[in-house]
Design a protein around this ligand. Sequence first.
Ligand code: DC
Length: 219
Amino acid sequence: MKVYNIAIDGPSGAGKSTVARSLAARLGIAYLDTGALYRAVGLKAMRENWEENDAFVSEKLKHTDIGVSYDGGKQKVFLDGEDVTEKIRVDEVSGWGSRFSALPSVRAALLGLQRRIASEYSSVLDGRDIGTCVLPEAKYKFFLTASVDKRAFRRYNELRSKGLPADYEKVRSDIEARDYRDIHRAVSPLKKADDAIEIDSDDIGAEEVVQKMLSCISE
Ligand code: DC
């Protein structure tokens, strides 16, 4: 069968990764979590305390290798050969990833990798600019949203269920700050593609979202 791609964009915490992973498994295709690539850059920036300056970062990226591999369908992310799959999941790294993802050099460096994977494998890609910039020709495009309160509440519960310290107001203000940065950056901002189908996940669970997507696809 011909390679095809499904783009799922939307703000942080809307449930994109859960839905994308499940949709990919249901369709028997690959899942690429593109946020993980930005987080890997964010992790290196955090460790080395990079300046948030495009020329500086562009130079650093010449000596940075980001890669992905699949282990039993699970995506692993590598930074300069080190498996950082778990290390990129903490909020501090996500803040660094969000700040550095606004730089043109970072976006350019990760664009080729995303397109190469998408051209090799039928896949679901989730991110912020998949439908608008990375794969404007994707066969199916979805934009998954949810209110700030709902997203903050889910993240707060997730932290608590892992036994991690969680302050609801802090979680909410971090999400708002990330939204602002993702929407207002000059290059590839978070934006619904004109031809994307919007799904609001405020009052429905992940399974229902996946069912809606599957029914759009089968139509
Ligand atoms: O989806 P996530 O929270 O793992 O993404 C981490 C950061 O990476 C997020 O703040 C925005 C950025 N990102 C992006 O700019 N473009 C993408 N396609 C995916 C993520």
